[in-house]
Design a binder for this molecule. Sequence first.
Ligand SMILES: NC(=O)c1ccc[n+]([C@@H]2O[C@H](COP(=O)([O-])OP(=O)(O)OC[C@H]3O[C@@H](n4cnc5c(N)ncnc54)[C@H](O)[C@@H]3O)[C@@H](O)[C@H]2O)c1
Length: 447
Amino acid sequence: MSDSSRRDFLKTSSVAALGATALGALSSGAYAAGEDTVSIGLVGCGGRGTGACAQALKSPGKVRLVAMGDVFRDQLDGSLRNVERNVEKDDTAEIAVAEETKFTGFDAYKQVIDSGIDVVILATPPGFRPMMLEYAVEKGVNVFMEKPVATDAPGVRSVLESARKAKEKGLKIGVGLQRHHQAPYIETIKRIHAGEVGDVRALRVYWNGGGVWDPRKTREECKTEMEYQLRNWYYYNWLCGDHICEQHIHNLDIGNWVMSKDGNLQFPVKANGMGGRQVRIDPKYGEIFDHHAVEYTYADGTVMMSQCRHIRGCWNSVSEAVHCEDGIVNLGGMGRDSFKINRFDGTVAEVKASGKDPYQQEHDDLFGAIREGKEYSEAEYGAMSTMTAILGRMCTYSGKEISMKDALEKGLGIMPPSLEWDAQLPNAPDANGVYAVPVPGVTKVLG
Ligand SMILES: NC(=O)c1ccc[n+]([C@@H]2O[C@H](COP(=O)([O-])OP(=O)(O)OC[C@H]3O[C@@H](n4cnc5c(N)ncnc54)[C@H](O)[C@@H]3O)[C@@H](O)[C@H]2O)c1
């Protein structure tokens, strides 16, 4: 069967499976229950994209990888080699990327999405996510997208709008906040929500560590400033969102999850904070800060204290603590299968729950929902946890207290006006290769 006739077949069988009321929700990406192969494409062939691709291929049922896209051909080739090495080919995992379905350049995402796929994995640097999600939803393709889902407020607004349209079309969206698929997080937060430790009084969340990879290419090795920033994307705000957005989002998202009960999505209503760039100051580290400390306040007055640091030789912690009426719940740690509740009466309760690797589980869950035609959207909380991180950055950069409402509605866009190899970037360095760094009290973040 050709791709288009296979899709038509799926649409027709969906009609019987879903009934007349769901007809309006059908699209080319909307699946009926069945044994059919799910075709996937990858956009952003780096470390995480390669991993996500392998996990999608290993999810239950037949999955076929048909297209890959990256701005750089070397990245695409390396990723395909790694997927081939890491996925045992059997009759459920097929790797069928032909030369004609390897796409490079800034429009590669459109070509991948237009390759007749059912699911696209979006794993580029996060600045591109809103644009790529919008296109996938327009074309009726289901999405797995990595966190964060944007780097500025206009991007978050766009993701929320795409999420709304995706729901209308019956499309499924997974977001790479994998703690939501990690058994001990699910179990412990369920117990907090059930009131086992009393009301939540305050939260503390941390991503304090030594930082990530050093710049990968020198300016001399790159043809243009655009290529230089793309190769070293972590250190540029429009691409990465600063590390508060890029990494600390995981912990801020846990705070939002704890505060959201009964499906009622909660996120901070205001924040203030301080941060700077004290140790990682060489111009090769672009423009981002190396530390942020933010005090967030939720609508009911509950405060979440947040720290993230990228400085070696300091106290490190990637964790969350929830202070409740009767004790402190200590969460944190990938790969862990138990968390502790330290009660104020001196007793310690261990919450133990083992499950699959959450990176695998999140794909099993998304692909399961696609196959079974179940509603599935992680985009709203993914967008608002991204916005929580962006709000924090807006506070540390400006030194001001800012409401979520103002941040979301008036936060300045930071994406370049166009994407070309020789584009003039708004954050271009000076003649000495030095980037302007935000100055609290001076830097403007609201329009
Ligand atoms: N959930 C997690 O725990 C987790 C872990 C690691 C990374 N991530 C997320 O995954 C994303 C990618 O991170 P990574 O570590 O894989 O980075 P990476 O640098 O290894 O890969 C990014 C890839 O995207 C490509 N790219 C850049 N711009 C592009 C464009 N416009 N179109 C197509 N391709 C483009 C790059 O060339 C590169 O191959 C980030 O958002 C990151 O936060 C999530």
